[in-house]
Design a protein around this ligand. Structure first.
Ligand code: SF4
Ligand code: SF4
Length: 183
C-alpha cells in the first residue's frame, strides 16, 4: 500500500514537472511570435552596411607610388604591384596593380598603412561571380567607384539594422521618404 502511494506521488511530481517544461516551451514560442521578422527580401531589399564596413577595395592609380607597403603588411602578401624603375628620374613607375578578392580576407591592413591613402574600403559587398578568376581585380576594376545602394531606385535600403537586447531587429527602410522599419 505504501509503495503504491509513493509511486502515485512520484508520478504526479513528474507530471507537474513535465507540464512546467511544456509551459516554458510555449512561452518561448509565444515570445518569438511577438517578434518582427529579421530576414530581408534580398535583392529587393538590401542592408546598408555600417560606416566602417570593410567591403571591396577602391584604388587610385595616380596616387600610388609603388612603395609596396600594402604587400608587406598584407597577411598573405596579396596585392600585386607591377612597376619599373625610370632611371632618368630615379623613380618607380607603376605599371599594373591588382588584388584578388577571391583570396583577400578584407582585413584592411593595406588600406590602413598605405602612405598615400590611395586605397580605401567601400561599402560594396556584392562580389559574387560564376568565375573565380573574375575576382582578380586590376587597377581599372579597382578604380571603379562603388555602386551606391542609396541611389538605387529599385530596391529598398535598410539602414542601421541591428538587434536590440530583447532580440528584436531594428532598422529604417528608405522608401525615398524614410519611415520606421520595426516598431
Ligand atoms: S601602399 Fe599604397 S602607395 Fe604603396 S604600393 Fe600599395 S597602394 Fe601603392
Ligand atoms: S584587405 Fe587585408 S588581405 Fe586584403 S589585400 Fe588588404 S591587407 Fe591583404
Amino acid at each position: 500500500m505504501f509503495s503504491i502511494i509513493n509511486g502515485l506521488k512520484n508520478y504526479s511530481e513528474q507530471a507537474i514537472q513535465a507540464g512546467r517544461y511544456i509551459g516554458q516551451g510555449f512561452l518561448v514560442t509565444l515570445d518569438h511570435m511577438n517578434r518582427s521578422p529579421i530576414t530581408i527580401q534580398y535583392p529587393y531589399e538590401k542592408l546598408i552596411p555600417s560606416e566602417r564596413f570593410r567591403g571591396r577595395i577602391h584604388f587610385e592609380f595616380d596616387k600610388c607610388i609603388a612603395c609596396e607597403v600594402c604587400v608587406r603588411v598584407c597577411p598573405i602578401n596579396l596585392p600585386v604591384v607591377d612597376w619599373e624603375l625610370k632611371k632618368t628620374v630615379k623613380k618607380k613607375q607603376l605599371k599594373n596593380y591588382s588584388i584578388d578578392f577571391g583570396v583577400c580576407i578584407f582585413c584592411g591592413n593595406c588600406v590602413e598603412y598605405c602612405p598615400t591613402n590611395c586605397l580605401s574600403m567601400t561599402e560594396e559587398y556584392e562580389l559574387s561571380t560564376y568565375n573565380r578568376y573574375e575576382l582578380n581585380y586590376d587597377q581599372t576594376a579597382l578604380g571603379r567607384l562603388p555602386i551606391s545602394l542609396i541611389d538605387d531606385l529599385i530596391i529598398e535600403n535598410i539602414f542601421n539594422f541591428s538587434f536590440s537586447p530583447n532580440g528584436k531587429g531594428e532598422g529604417h527602410i528608405n522608401h525615398r521618404n524614410v519611415t520606421n522599419f520595426v516598431n
